[in-house]
Write a protein that binds this ligand. Structure first.
Ligand SMILES: [Ca+2]
Length: 547
């Protein structure tokens, strides 16, 4: 079933029929506005609405998106690295197809993307903030009518932006600056529907929280996670990574001056590292509140699909690792919140496994634009439709009233007034129906290619199902692997503590997963599988310019 093409076509047709004429393309586009808010390196549990929010982090504006929309509790990236994942989001394709396989490659100028499809359908389109592909250029990219971005990683303070052709140093904290720019653009919109992508730098390292949040997590007690000391039975490269740029005893992106530091006292600097990461996310939450407030003030909140997600997750010490790239849960899981009351029952929680390659086909379908000519992902609009069929999904009038009286910087009502999704008004809890009940995927393929510039992670190839994960590390020469593989029963062992790869009782399961991996790779055009040679984990630090 290459690409699952037939079922997808059927599902798209069914979904289109269900939502009616509003999704049909026309000369004057009638589709909803779309605002995509994209963070950089934000792990899935660093939003207050997560099942177990990290260190109890509170993000009232993001939580409001979840309470008034849908929270995907199983959202993943197919490559946990900034540029490859961003290119997958734009195109709906795996990295091996779009070929942005590292952080130094630009999005191919001729590759179809969802912004281009929306632009062709008559949308006004804008990109504001961190683009993070082809970093040597800050020039406007295809698909966007309006453009504000910059070269490189950008700076948290006094960043130089290319503001639609004019380069300028802008004082102020990055997250606030790009939010103000986005609000200004939103306020200037006319009758045409629009797409805005707001790309945050936060919480990408080196983490510098906004001054007001510098001490927000001072009281939090932070230790190395237990899994950092639990490496028996794991591949040796994981232990080799401990002292490197991507290990918990290494420099921690410059937070630690003396390294490697395996002393017990070294955990204090690790704690500062984690606190700073979290602090930057609080400013992102303010940004979400400001964007929603601007949409409400301009009368567009209910006609706008708001999507919040991140380009990859982030390891905060799990398995002795920081950073991303690996296929461990903290690396591949991202937040995904979608608010659009016309299609989503408030407080919906969606369990199906969705991927970064699903974003483009989903947005294109929701907007009624022409489908992308080729995608590996699938539109999750069908999952949203199911939430609305569960009952009345109109906005709650009382909450609308609260919104009109709400303070600036909040979506509707006072900041922090919304509790966890489960307790929110209108919450329906998990959507009824087992995974697969709408023909949804029950497994997916993960890939990452070894980087010479960051020699801390091997080539990675893996398959994840709802309950199992198999991941192996090819050398890149077509010969048998030289690293031990990993096999986890995620239902029994969600923290991936016990590697079952050598357990004879799991031999049949392992064979099934290997067969499934081969099937998935064939289905998404990943064969023949090309990758660089694994040159091993190295102690050397990355060049300063690319840290
Ligand atoms: Ca990233």
């Amino acid at each position: 079933m290459p690409f699952g093409r037939k079922p997808r076509t059927k599902l798209n047709s069914a979904a289109l029929a269900l939502v009616g004429a509003v999704l049909l393309p026309s000369a004057a586009p009638a589709g909803p506005n779309v605002v995509v808010i994209l963070t950089d390196d934000q792990r899935w549990d660093c939003v207050g609405s997560a099942d177990r929010p990290y260190l109890g982090i509170r993000t009232p504006n993001l939580d409001r998106l979840a309470a008034e929309g849908a929270r995907f509790r199983n959202a993943f990236v197919t490559t946990s690295l900034c540029s490859p994942s961003r290119a997958s989001m734009l195109s709906g394709l795996y990295a091996h197809t779009h070929q942005v396989i590292n952080n130094f490659t630009d999005f191919p100028a001729d590759l179809p993307s969802y912004p281009r499809q929306l632009q062709a359908a008559g949308y006004e389109t804008a990109y504001i903030g961190k683009f993070h592909m082809g970093e040597q250029s800050d020039e406007k990219r295809p698909g966007f009518d309006y453009w504000i971005s910059h070269t490189g990683q950008g700076r948290y303070d006094e960043n130089t932006f290319n503001i639609d052709g004019t380069r300028k140093v802008v004082k102020g904290y990055y997250t606030k600056v790009v939010t103000d720019m986005a609000v200004e653009w939103l306020r200037g919109r006319g009758d045409r529907p629009f797409l805005l992508v707001l790309g945050h730098k936060a919480p990408h390292g080196p983490f510098v929280p906004e001054e007001k949040y510098r001490h927000a997590f001072d009281a939090a007690k932070i230790e190395y996670p237990a899994s950092a000391f639990d490496l028996a039975g794991k591949p040796r490269w994981i232990a080799e990574r401990l002292d490197t740029w991507h290990g918990i005893y290494g420099p921690l992106y410059g937070f630690r001056n003396e390294f490697p530091d395996r002393s017990g006292a070294g955990v204090k600097v690790f704690g500062d590292f984690v606190r700073s990461y979290l602090g930057t996310i609080l400013s992102v939450d303010d940004s979400v509140g400001a964007i929603c407030h601007a949409l409400k003030e301009t009368g567009r909140l209910e006609d706008t699909v708001i999507i919040f997600t991140s380009d990859n997750g982030f390891l905060l010490g799990e398995h002795g690792m920081i950073d991303k790239r690996t296929m461990h849960e903290e690396s591949i899981r991202v937040p995904l919140l979608v608010r659009y009351p016309k299609r989503i029952r408030p407080g919906s929680v969606i369990d199906e496994m969705v991927l970064n390659i699903d974003l483009a086909p989903s947005i294109v379908e929701l907007c009624g634009a022409a489908p992308l000519p080729k995608v590996h992902g699938r539109s999750w609009a069908v999952l949203l439709e199911r939430t609305s069929r569960a009952g009345d999904h109109r906005p709650d009038p009382e909450r609308e009233q609260a919104g009109r009286a709400g303070a600036p910087g909040t979506l509707a009502g006072a900041s922090g007034s919304v509790g966890p999704v489960a307790g929110a008004p209108g919450s329906v809890g998990p959507v009824a129906g087992a995974p697969g009940s709408v023909g949804w995927r029950t497994s997916w393929y993960y890939e990452y290619d070894y980087e010479k510039q960051f020699p801390y992670t091997p080539n990675v190839r893996g398959v994840r199902t709802a309950d199992w994960k198999y991941v192996h590390y090819p050398h890149g020469d077509g010969k048998p692997d030289r690293h031990k593989a990993e096999l986890y029963n995620l239902r029994a062992d969600p923290q991936e503590r016990k590697n079952l790869i050598d357990d004879p009782a799991c031999a049949d399961r392992l064979a099934d997963l290997r067969a499934e991996l081969a099937r998935l790779m064939n289905e998404c055009d990943a064969l023949p599988d090309k990758m660089p040679l694994d040159e091993g984990v190295k102690m050397e630090l990355p060049e300063k310019a690319i840290r």
